[in-house]
Design a protein around this ligand. Structure first.
Ligand SMILES: Nc1nc2c(c(=O)[nH]1)N[C@H]1C(S)=C(S)[C@@H](COP(=O)(O)O)O[C@H]1N2
Ligand SMILES: [Mo]
Length: 372
């Protein structure tokens, strides 16, 4: 369908009818924004190219030598920093598991119409750069500043609102949150799709906070009301509901699909006998303390072995267990619990935007003997 206008911010995001399949518009988004192939969870650090990608508008053309980051608003010393200025400051590296807030959206009933992720909008990278607080300290944040607004170089229109991609974070930015202005991913320059030459990385928060192609930081004296803050990325049950802001990553465990896949259905094929089940688990609220696995579609659960969180406090944790497969059809599920007391639900946590759906993964498996 050809749009007759660029939309209207007073019209809520659409929810699909009960029997409505994925549209060509959703397919176009899904083809641009790719997920992590789940077998790539075998890598502790996701190789670039396999890390999920989400871009609202277009990937901007950028050149490191010409790039400027401005720090403005309620600061004593406004700054204009080039990449060389940032590289001259003490650098840190953090291993961070990032996940899109829309991960799980396409599994919701009814389905909010947007990027149709199943469970694969996640990845883990080593991000190198300058702590945000180093740059804020250099600029000298005024007492009356309450938020920092981050502006990307990408520009588009969303529900009728033309905009640069912008998000804010509340002040102060604590030392223990490890928010980073990153110019390297996994030891190399940022790939274009991940924010080259500079991005924000907000560990523990859903991906929308980690503004890519970062060109501006503005300190402001009242809460930011931009589209990506006040309209999008809120947990709402109805269009009228003001909703709660989307912030931290809810716990999730994923299984590296065992055995080998059927090409079309992706059903997994395994042989009878012991099958190693393994995967990753993470939460933005603290370490994952428990992972349970079900081989009977969530009726009974057994504990898997979770590797305690090591030096990488923002990275996913491996888990594993052994399942004795018998001939027939099975549905494997896995669920995580974190130190803050959150457990993944078996029922979908529905909201209009399709955010934070961490309902447990379901992996259909067919166990049979090799043909002779
Ligand atoms: N400038 C800008 N930053 C952005 C976005 C964007 O569209 N533009 N998308 C956000 C969203 S919704 C997510 S989930 C993450 C994705 O980061 P990645 O593509 O590096 O995985 O970037 C965030 N930062
Ligand atoms: Mo996202």
């Amino acid at each position: 369908m050809e749009p007759t206008s660029l939309g209207d911010v007073s019209a809520p995001g659409r929810v699909a009818a009960a029997d409505e399949g994925i549209s060509e518009e959703e397919l176009a988004l899904a083809a641009r924004n790719h997920g992590l192939p789940l077998e790539a969870m075998r890598h502790d650090v996701t190789p670039p190219g396999l890390h999920y990608v989400l871009v609202h508008y277009d990937i901007p053309m950028a050149e490191e030598n010409a790039w400027r980051l401005s720090v403005s608003g309620l600061v004593r010393t406004p700054l204009e920093l080039g990449l060389a200025d940032l590289r001259a400051l003490p650098a840190v590296t953090h291993r961070v598991t990032m996940e899109c807030a829309g991960n799980g959206r396409a599994r919701l009933h009814p389905r909010p119409v947007s990027q149709p992720w199943l469970v694969e909008a996640v990845g883990t990278a080593d991000w190198t750069g300058v702590p945000l607080r180093t740059v804020l300290a250099a600029a000298g944040v005024e007492e009356d500043a309450v938020e920092a607004v981050f502006t990307g170089a990408d520009h588009g229109v969303e529900r009728g609102v033309e905009q640069d991609y912008r998000r804010s974070l509340p002040l102060p930015v604590d030392a223990d949150t490890d928010v980073l202005l990153a110019y390297e991913m996994n030891g190399g320059p940022l790939p274009p799709q991940h924010g080259y030459p500079l991005r924000l990385v907000v560990p523990g928060w859903y991906g929308m906070a980690s503004v890519k192609w970062l060109r501006g930081i503005e300190l402001i004296g009242s809460p930011f009301t931009g589209f990506q803050q006040a309209v999008a990325y809120r947990y709402r049950q109805t269009p009228e509901d003001a909703g709660e802001p989307v912030t931290h990553i809810a716990p999730r465990a994923l299984l590296i699909p065992p055995g080998f896949p059927d090409f079309m259905s992706r059903v997994r094929v395994v042989r009878p006998g012991p099958v190693k089940l393994e995967g990753r688990a993470w939460s933005g609220y603290g370490p994952v303390t428990r992972v349970e696995v079900s081989a009977d579609d969530g009726r009974t659960w057994v504990d898997a072995e979770v590797t305690p969180r090591g030096p990488h406090r923002w990275g996913w944790q491996p888990w594993h267990t052994t399942w004795t497969a018998v001939a027939g059809h099975h549905t494997l599920s896995v669920r995580a619990s974190d130190a803050d007391g959150h457990t993944q639900p078996v029922e979908q946590p529905w909201n209009r935007g399709g955010f934070g759906n961490n309902a447990t993964q379901r992996v259909p498996v067919l166990c049979h003997r090799p043909d002779v």
